[in-house]
Design a protein around this ligand. Structure first.
Ligand code: KIV
Length: 279
């Protein structure tokens, strides 16, 4: 049985840190699940790392459903959370519920959406129909990017207060956790100590109840952006390119495929075939 939202809430009560990683495809999601990562997040960052968009704005519901279906076929242990993409929930509450339902039907256990107090009513409505919601405040790539670009959030007292109030409102609205993106570590720690649901930080310091990274960043496969908060555990892009260059060289030199890589006919059958075609 895979982890549930209740298991994640319990982890905070027991002081256990929560591991979260983004996942978009069957192969990598199987490995993340095997590593017993607590939450697989089908983030709308898929638009950038899987589809090559400049940002997350073009991502559609159909794309998010496809990624969620692939990840849901892979996961056995982790909780599966999927992002509602830009304009799939901001338009009105009916859209938010309908699109959350689509992600649940695609295999998610919960949905994530960006926004502070302005989203509280929408979150309550989704939670009321029985769909767990993860909030997302601080840097909100779907909208903050339009006005401010990639900018650390919570550097001044007033913005810090707004973030703390947003977190409290999301908790009241019923979220089971809140992602804090690029929030100063002092504010992230205060929020984590103030609210009872877990905070999941990305670039927001140690004081969060859990951490999330984009899987391609952690594995060193996506070099277009290299934010300070990423820890690269591998340099996979270098290894992959080396492997592909070796493959090309082997084809060119004739050392691939070798005998163990192909299939043979029975000697008798081959003899008969040669007789028949005269070769
Ligand atoms: O889309 C995403 O990957 C995210 C996380 C990085 C929090 O929202």
């Amino acid at each position: 049985m895979h982890k549930s939202v209740l298991d994640i809430l319990k982890m905070k009560k027991e002081g256990k840190k929560i591991s979260v990683i983004t996942s978009y495809d069957y192969t990598l999601a199987s490995l993340c699940d095997k590593a017993d990562i607590d939450i697989l997040l089908v983030g709308d960052s898929a638009g950038m790392v899987m589809l090559g968009y400049e940002n997350t704005i073009p991502v559609t519901m159909d794309q998010m459903c496809l990624f969620t279906e692939a990840v849901s076929r892979a996961r056995k242990n982790s909780l599966l959370v999927a992002d509602l993409p830009f304009m799939s929930y901001q338009t009105n509450i009916d859209d938010a519920i309908r699109n959350s339902g689509r992600l649940i039907k695609a295999g998610a256990d919960a949905v994530k959406l960006e926004g502070g107090s302005v989203m509280a009513e929408t979150i309550s409505a989704i939670v009321d129909v029985g769909i767990p919601v993860m909030g997302h405040i601080g840097l909100q790539p779907q909208t903050t990017m339009l006005s401010q670009g990639y900018k650390v959030q919570g550097k001044t007292k007033d913005i810090a207060m707004k973030l703390i109030d947003d977190a409290k409102e999301l908790e009241e609205a019923g979220v089971f956790s809140i992602a804090l993106e690029m929030v100063t570590h002092e504010v992230a720690e205060i929020i984590s100590e103030t609210i009872s649901v877990p905070t999941i930080g990305i670039g927001s310091g140690k004081g969060c109840d859990g951490q999330v990274l984009v899987v391609q960043d952690l594995l060193g496969m996506y070099d277009k952006l290299e934010p300070k908060f990423v820890k690269k555990y591998m340099n996979l892009s270098e290894d992959i390119v080396k492997a592909l260059e070796n493959y090309k060289t082997d084809i060119e030199s004739g050392s691939f495929p070798a005998q163990e890589n192909y299939f043979s006919m029975d000697d008798e059958e081959l003899k008969k075939l040669r007789e028949e075609i005269g070769r």
